[in-house]
Write a protein that binds this ligand. Structure first.
Ligand SMILES: NC(=O)C1=CN([C@@H]2O[C@H](COP(=O)(O)OP(=O)(O)OC[C@H]3O[C@@H](n4cnc5c(N)ncnc54)[C@H](OP(=O)(O)O)[C@@H]3O)[C@@H](O)[C@H]2O)C=CC1
Ligand SMILES: Nc1nc(=O)c2c([nH]1)NC[C@@H]1CN(c3ccc(C(=O)N[C@@H](CCC(=O)O)C(=O)O)cc3)C=[N+]21
Length: 300
């Protein structure tokens, strides 16, 4: 069997179109322009590329982008003061603090200082609690993007066996909550899981969010299963020339795509959906802040 490729890049483009439509309507009907503030501490090259791409796409859909770059040695007080300022800024509807932060900064403290209504990453404890109790919240972008692709491919996920590999607060745990919300039978695997191959083999849906290049081989995949590869790993690619690199996921695409029914590629899968969902969350936050009907089909 050769798996169908789930084209996250193309799907993300359709979401951005919807977002752009809503943004245009907000402007025409209410003279409101949604704004997204992105805070980057330090100069990690991968983060810089990613933040630039977010800023560009934000402007492309007609929203305002505010980028704040702080020195790697910035104090916690300084960062918290910026977050406070953004919380109070009526032009800012969404705030994203790029993670990971340098070690001297307390991530939990900083994330929980963001106004939950502006927490477009969905990482604030209030949003985590709301999601886990099935209430309206801001939903983390990466898991939301994965859910949208799964719903689009399968229609209903009800009763399916889903295995999420990874239990981070930003991907694994919220992903599991969303799948549970859609009535999957959910298992979360992690570094202490015994016989992970056996656990994964039971799954109709596999979401891999581990951070280990090509860790999941095809022979862990149940024939016909849907595989969502969240991993973004840059590895050496000497075949492309001296010093060159390439991106791979947490799944061994070559072997898995021979067994799976459907699979997301890396690049071009979950990554573009994450950014599209960030834009979607910003419009949603803007509508809620202004007491307006929120866009349909852009939230969980
Ligand atoms: N496409 C996108 O938009 C995004 C992609 N990513 C990518 O997704 C991946 C995961 O990110 P993130 O969740 O932040 O990573 P974390 O490092 O925070 O979490 C990784 C998880 O994988 C588990 N794990 C590690 N090794 C193994 C193993 N050998 N077997 C089973 N489980 C293991 C860990 O288990 P334990 O808890 O026991 O240590 C942990 O729960 C990364 O490649 C990251 O780059 C992340 C965010 C967005
Ligand atoms: N507060 C916070 N929120 C995040 O959502 C967040 C974060 N911090 N820190 C880093 C991770 C990582 N992440 C990615 C998003 C998109 C791509 C993406 O678009 N990837 C492209 C390829 C890009 C390339 O070529 O380098 C693709 O997969 O096709 C990658 C990675 C969001 N993260």
């Amino acid at each position: 069997m050769t798996a169908q490729i789930i084209d996250g890049k193309a799907f993300a483009a359709t979401i951005r179109d919807k977002v752009a439509g809503h943004v245009a309507r907000l402007k025409a009907d209410h003279d409101i322009v949604p704004g997204l503030a992105v805070v980057l501490v330090g100069e990690d090259p991968a983060s810089q590329v990613y933040v630039r791409s977010k800023g560009k796409q934000t402007v492309e859909v007609g929203m305002q982008s505010f980028e704040h770059k702080l020195d790697v040695n910035t104090s916690e007080a300084n960062l918290l003061a910026l977050v406070e300022r953004l919380n109070g800024d009526p032009a800012v509807h969404g705030i994203l603090v790029q993670l990971p932060l340098p070690k001297h900064l307390d991530e939990d403290l900083v994330i929980n200082a963001i106004d939950p209504a502006k927490d477009v990453d969905g990482f604030h404890i209030s949003n985590v609690g709301l999601l886990s109790t099935g209430q309206k919240s801001m939903v983390p972008c990466t898991p939301l993007g994965c859910l949208m692709m799964l719903r689009d491919f399968h229609g209903s996920l009800s009763g399916m066996d889903a295995v999420v590999i990874g239990r981070s607060n930003i991907v694994g745990k919220p992903m599991a909550q969303l799948l549970l919300g859609d009535s999957c039978t959910v298992t979360i695997a992690h570094s202490r899981t015994r016989d992970i191959a056996d656990v994964v083999r039971r799954a109709d849906i596999v979401v891999a969010a581990v951070g280990r290049p090509e860790m999941v081989p095809g022979d862990w995949i149940k024939p016909g299963a849907t595989v969502i590869d969240v991993g973004i790993n840059r590895i050496d690619a000497p075949e492309k020339g001296e010093g060159k690199t390439r991106l791979v996921g947490d799944v061994d695409f070559a072997s898995a795509s021979r067994v799976a029914g459907a699979i997301t590629p890396v690049p071009g899968g979950v990554g573009p959906m994450t950014i599209a969902c960030l834009l979607a969350n910003t419009v949603t936050a803007c509508c809620r802040a202004n007491g307006l009907d929120e866009p349909e089909g852009l939230t969980a």
